[in-house]
Ligand binder design. Sequence first.
Ligand code: ATP
Ligand code: MG
Length: 396
Amino acid sequence: MQLSSLLVRYGEIGLKGGNRSAFEIQLCKNIRSILTNIPNLTVSRQRGRIQCKAEIDLSPFAEKVSRVFGVTSVSPGVPVLLSEEAILEQSLSSIRNEITTRFPQSTTGSIPFKILVNRANKQFPKSSRQLIGDLAEIVLPKCPELKVDIHNPELRLEVDIREEYAMIFSKRYPGVGGLPVGTMGRGLCLLSGGIDSPVAAWMAMKRGLRVEFISFYSFPHVGPQSREKIIQLAEKLAEYQPRTILHIIPFAPYQEAIRDRCPESYRTVLYRRAMQRISSKIAKTNRSKALITGESLGQVASQTLQNIATIEDASHLPVLRPLISMDKTETVAIAKKIGTFDLSIQPAPDCCTVFQPQSPVLYSSSKEAILAETPLELDALTKQAVIESEKIEITP
Ligand code: ATP
Ligand code: MG
């Protein structure tokens, strides 16, 4: 049985130096977690690359692996023994295969073609230049569809000579970059049904955070479709990391208390402060070191600098806001790319629209917010919300 392989390249190494192996081990783990049910799969580190090998064709999985954070590109190919004969033979067969599958209509001399050799293993007896010559001599006469064009090739033959084998491939799937999920610890994302917070979660994952989710659910003031929407968004986001947890917080009692006992103009700010308080408690039980929100400066009334500051004052943890300086159009473009947009635009009310004030405060202060909260039994309300929270394990 012929071996099939994915050659995985990565770029930035988080914190550099001594962290390199932790970064690589985590990246291998994350890749393994999405390549499930592949018999005899090995995922190993090899001098600045990661190699996935199996006895089935791995090329259908290349795109999936390219979406793992930390990966800069992926090439599906075939590993062969370090002999020139084996390299020539496999190169010819790979290129013939590419021509039939990718260029079925091709005619003589119609496919611009280039050969590249990377001789990482300097013990290999032939130089790159010699090997390119030998490959051209074998491949070109047997593949009349090809014409050499080193500037604008549409088809490449690449040979990567490693320590123990050579890898033959012809495609590079660009990766998403970033850092492997898990290398920067854990964060808790406040996930609403909107467009922004799912994108914020994805961006936090991209920088190496494992992200848990918390969502505030105001049943019966909003219906079960709001809860269902959050679960669907979490399922989509679960595609980007190995394990995903969602906490759903019954928020109606807190909101009713705010409605009944606090000044109307402060309602939204106080809802948000309540979210920060409850999230900080949940984060502690899950070893999350930061909260993540989809806030963007000036986007809505609750996101003036003053309101953002008043809201953050109720958190016990640093608050990360990956979208702080992004325009809505930029966020929408990412939401479409990562597959959350179509879910986010489904109509389902968010808890923040419940008992919405006529004219919400634009320039709040912590001092006034604390004053506005004095009639509330904050500890009891927070505790009740945490006790009644629901924890769901999400699978993509
Ligand atoms: P989004 O599109 O993410 O809802 P938005 O622009 O609508 O953001 P807001 O509704 O003001 O902004 O919410 C700001 C942030 O507060 C959200 O990005 C999210 O992180 C958090 N948030 C709002 N509502 C909820 C909720 N029901 N559950 C959890 N977090 C929420
Ligand atoms: Mg919203």
